[in-house]
Design a protein around this ligand. Structure first.
Ligand code: PEP
Ligand code: MN
Length: 282
């Protein structure tokens, strides 16, 4: 069933102080607590993903991340283990008692990934892949919609609207950095947009400090900043041996580094949200 606008407002538009809570397995996202998703950029082996899962779980992460289908800039880079990776991620999630999140890159893989994963990630490169969004709207799984690296807030919310309009109410937004003029870091983390989007929509919003900065030492400070501006959680890349990771090692925490971060993540009192007076239009 397709949803339609309510009183002329998009389905995602904030209409009151009430925030939508999206359940991923037994984990609520968007309520009074914050969520920490953690795990390797790519699933590489059973040992790697299980060791990571058990460790991040013990430190307080509640959702396990791991890529099985990887969107890589170069076709010569590791492309992910595919179905084998999905199975290993599921096994690790089950071993640690955690729901799992993984990326869906194409419509043709949506069915099999939805069979294994609890939360389906639409990556930055696919934020405006409307055929994929329409397909995922029909799955019963919640969706983690990353902001495209060059997408405006309006385009990001319009992409979310495709999912809502298509019948999937369980949408979580993720700010992961945008392209700016400064090449000092991989991307530019748009934290003000997180606070803005929290005013504009009732959907949960999380932040990905790993992809936003590309730099291990900046993950902890930006994760703390994300929670301070009102994000509903963070998603962080963690690897037992980041220097030898098959992808994104430079922006992955070690297991010990993740434990340290968790000790320093002061969970702020949830702010009272303004209701955006300039509702967005799609
Ligand atoms: C990822 O989560 O590993 C990833 C590729 O993210 P993004 O789409 O934000 O680049
Ligand atoms: Mn990555």
């Amino acid at each position: 069933m397709n949803g339609s606008k309510v009183n002329g407002l998009p389905l995602g538009a904030r209409k009151s102080e009430k925030c939508t809570v999206v359940w991923v397995g037994d984990v609520p996202i968007g309520g009074s607590s914050v969520v920490v998703m953690a795990g390797p950029c790519s699933v590489e082996s059973r040992e790697q993903v299980i060791e990571t899962a058990l460790s991040v779980r013990a430190d307080g992460a509640s959702i396990l991340r791991g890529g099985a289908y990887k969107p890589r800039t170069s076709p010569y880079d590791f492309q992910g283990l595919g179905v084998e990776g999905l199975k290993l991620l599921r096994e690790a999630g089950d071993a640690a008692g955690m729901p799992i999140v993984t990326e869906v890159m194409s419509e043709e893989d949506a069915g099999i990934i939805a069979d294994y994963a609890d939360l389906l990630q639409v990556g930055a490169r696919n934020m405006q892949n409307f055929a994929l969004l329409k397909k995922l709207a029909k799955t019963k799984r919640p969706i983690l919609l990353k902001r495209g690296a060059s997408a405006t807030v309006k385009e990001w919310l319009a992409a979310a609207e495709y999912l809502l309009h298509g019948g999937n109410e369980n949408v979580i937004l993720c700010e992961r950095g945008i392209k700016g003029f400064d090449s000092s870091l991989r991307n530019t983390l748009d934290l003000a947009a997180v606070a803005l989007v929290k005013e504009m929509t009732h959907l949960p919003v999380i932040v990905d400090p790993s992809h936003a900065t590309g730099k291990r030492s900046l993950i902890a400070p930006t994760a703390r900043a994300a929670l301070a501006v009102g994000a509903d959680g963070v998603i962080i890349e963690v690897h037992p041996d980041p220097d030898n990771a098959w992808s994104d090692g430079a922006q992955s925490l070690t297991l010990g580094g993740f434990a340290e971060l968790m000790g320093s993540l002061l969970v702020p009192t949830r702010p009272v949200l303004a209701i955006a007076n300039a509702a967005f239009a799609v």
